[in-house]
Design a protein around this ligand. Sequence first.
Ligand code: NA7
Length: 537
Amino acid sequence: MSDQSTETFDAVVIGAGFAGLYSLYRLRNLGLSVKVFEAGDGVGGTWYWNRYPGARCDVESMEYSYSFDPELEQEWVWPDKYSKQSDILRYANHVAERYDLLKDIQFETRIKSAFYDRDANTWTIETTEGQKVRAQYCIMAVGNLSTPRVPDFKGVDRFKGDWYHSGLWPKEEVDFSGKRVGIIGTGSTAIQIIPHVAQQAKHLTIFQRTANYSLPARNGPLPEDVRAAHKKKYRELREQAYFTPFGIAGYPPPEKGAIEATPEEREAKYHEKWAEGGTISYLFSYTDLLLSEESNKTASDFVRERIRDIVKDPATAELLCPNDHPIGTKRICLDSGYYETFNRDNVSLVDVRSAPIEEITPNGLRTTKEEFELDSLIFATGFDAMTGAILEMDVRTSDGADMKERWKDGPKTYLGIMVSGFPNMFVITGPGSPGVKSQMILSIEQHTDWITDCIENMRAKGINRAEAEADAEVKWVEHVNEVANSTLYPQANSWYVGANIPGKPRIFMPYVGGVEAYKKICDEVVEKGYEGISLSP
Ligand code: NA7
């Protein structure tokens, strides 16, 4: 149904995070008219919403940035080795202003539905306020960790204190001084929040269901000479990054497996990596850490030993030792003083695996064993990852395809970019892409370049519709699973398999074959005339 007053664009982009900004930049440069919708009142996506104390990137600053403009990377100055949220947000705003992107972004607008009409070959995008726009192309730049999730605890609405979700943190600083604070969750987010809140709160109680591995960041100001040396080789390093598993340059690949090394060698290697800090470096100790349980155990044991060294109370240390998954099969956390925080008098750890949370009470929280009085409660309970933001919208087509129905047994995509039955819709770092297993901005650029090249090619050849073929999609999903199953990844109950959302189908969502292999596949698809994609006039 078309409404004459509906504005029409060549492309609509949903989301103004790093993916949305770069899509706008590229599509506009192709000469397309573009409209971007963003739910927040500013750009930055993940870095706009996740303003919680201690929020920082776990990829080094010099890598975690756009590479598309050599001038941009030369002029920008990252203060720290690992950037804090406010610096990344400042950078996103700088990019938006520098390339005059803001004029095409409509903020504070949430998308309710996207509907493709096959006869008209247009998408109609409707906001929750009833505004409609039409476009030939619909770009989902909605992010992977953008649907915050508060578990279905009884009584949240009756809690008399303040409560926060890490992914919806207020813009104003929250002062926990003098308060009894509780935090639920011990994932990457909580591990960043805990050392900060512990310094302010009267008492901090941490409710842990599953212990995670965390490595020291060894963060600090980025020395000028390091920054300058990196900038001198920036082009080369950016290129190199594409030929690595995680899209991050500068880490020499390991040469042998952990079991081929002697115990002394391994001990020395892990100590060296622990002292250096960072997750990639540690995973790059040996070739087989994500492939062999025996090898992985040596790396996992080493971290457990460090936890026992740092945490003085043996019972707390034991509780903090991860024991239900091999290291690296969930995203490894990166911290600054996490384990040390448990030596403070005002911090306590509660095991909610053995005694689960029963309800949030007006004055705090009750587990099956105990009641806790709290003034503030922090939910660091994660996200409906990878599929949440797309499935929150009503995405359908005139010939009856319905995304919720299509993905009810788990997401299916071609290359993590296209979904069969949904023509001219492109997903940036969707399920089936290496996005979340890589330096996100590099993957965002690679996907966006691939998508815009595809659109450019279509326009040059008078092609109006691109649609992933169903059998190509089936093969891609099989390949994603086959690669995952050749590793230890599926062993963990992580958000990679949707395990954190009750009832979510257990499917391994990211492509873990590495950035290099993935890019090669994407390039070959193009060389073979967009193999697996049906192109029609
Ligand atoms: P995560 O990694 O999904 O962590 C969520 C945490 O919340 C995790 O410790 C969960 O325990 C815990 N959780 C979730 N639901 C409950 C209930 N019902 N009871 C107790 N504990 C619960 O999210 P993050 O925000 O930390 O990190 C997400 C990504 O952001 C991260 O991987 C980085 O890429 C950046 P569980 O492990 O499920 O037992």
